[in-house]
Design a protein around this ligand. Sequence first.
Ligand code: GDP
Ligand code: MG
Length: 351
Amino acid sequence: MSHLNPFADVPTILTAEEIIEVAHNRSMRLSMKSSLQMSREARSKIREITRLQEFTKQVKAKITEVVEEFPSIDRLSPFYLELTEILIGTDRLKQALGAVYNCLPAIDEITFKHTEALKLTTDFRQMKKTRSAAKGRISSILRATAPNLDFIIEAKKVLSELPGVAPNIPSIVCAGFPNVGKSTLVKMVSTAEPEIAYYPFTTRKLIMGHLKVGNQTVQIVDTPGILDRPMSERNDIERQAIAALKYLANVIIFMIDPSEACGWSFEQQLNLLDEVQRMFPLNPLLIALNKIDITPEPQLEAARARLPNAYEIVAVNRIGVDQLLQDALEEVDLKPMQESIDEYVKSLSRK
Ligand SMILES: Nc1nc2c(ncn2[C@@H]2O[C@H](COP(=O)(O)OP(=O)(O)O)[C@@H](O)[C@H]2O)c(=O)[nH]1
Ligand SMILES: [Mg+2]
């Protein structure tokens, strides 16, 4: 799934010092084939010009690669855009990328001027000095933008660890307290072993399963540690990152264990349901009462009375599960999705 994350394929980005070192080594390793008839001066001149140009070529290639291989911020899908904003800051990131790119004209100019100077020099010691001076000045430009490169490197590291989600496949997100049966449901309905992806906070994971409902592929996402405890226990960044799930969740299935075997009271579970509903006011949400096989009748009756529209399922035995999924999928509005697919296809032809 990692290829679905637009940041996963960004090649390794070098620090300013690494770029300088690579470019230096390449330029000094050049072996010059020069004719024996050439004077020492002429040989020296060719050598120093070639070295300088190779140095510049390497530096520019590395810089250009950073900017061109980095996903265009403006074309990110809303899920990644919002997480980039929360975790990195899109303005700061754009500014860093722009600053790195803006080094190019100055580097060209230094190279041009020093190459012209080299052409006019007749003293071969002076040639070496001129070449060295040019490399020094280019290195200074790189060092001045080192904090930008470091920032981009860090951003890439953080963003490439985000889960890979397919923006155009309907997604069902499971929420509910620990042990209510979310993983059981996801494993039960997924056609293959669900994949695990890390969510912004190192200990949080998204578990992504895939299934077919009719002829439609759907992703189902289990969110251990994410939507399973009260929001009041969370810091701002965590809350925001969780809110980014609104772009992912075409439907939320909120699971409740009325048997309370999970270790949480029915009341506690209703409170979390309320919070999740307030957190995702626009996402359709279906409520599933799970473990009805072990729920005593009075408790089940009480749950039904409070949640008359809830589905009743036994995730371990797949009882009621297929109806729940079918109805969940009906909540997914496929039209906007088709529009975003069209938009994506159009953006490809604009590229
Ligand atoms: N009796 C019964 N046990 C269930 C059912 N669904 C899940 N469980 C059990 O509940 C426990 C917690 O389930 P799990 O899927 O890990 O919960 P999660 O923490 O929400 O992912 C496991 O021991 C499951 O086997 C069910 O429908 N009936
Ligand atoms: Mg689980």
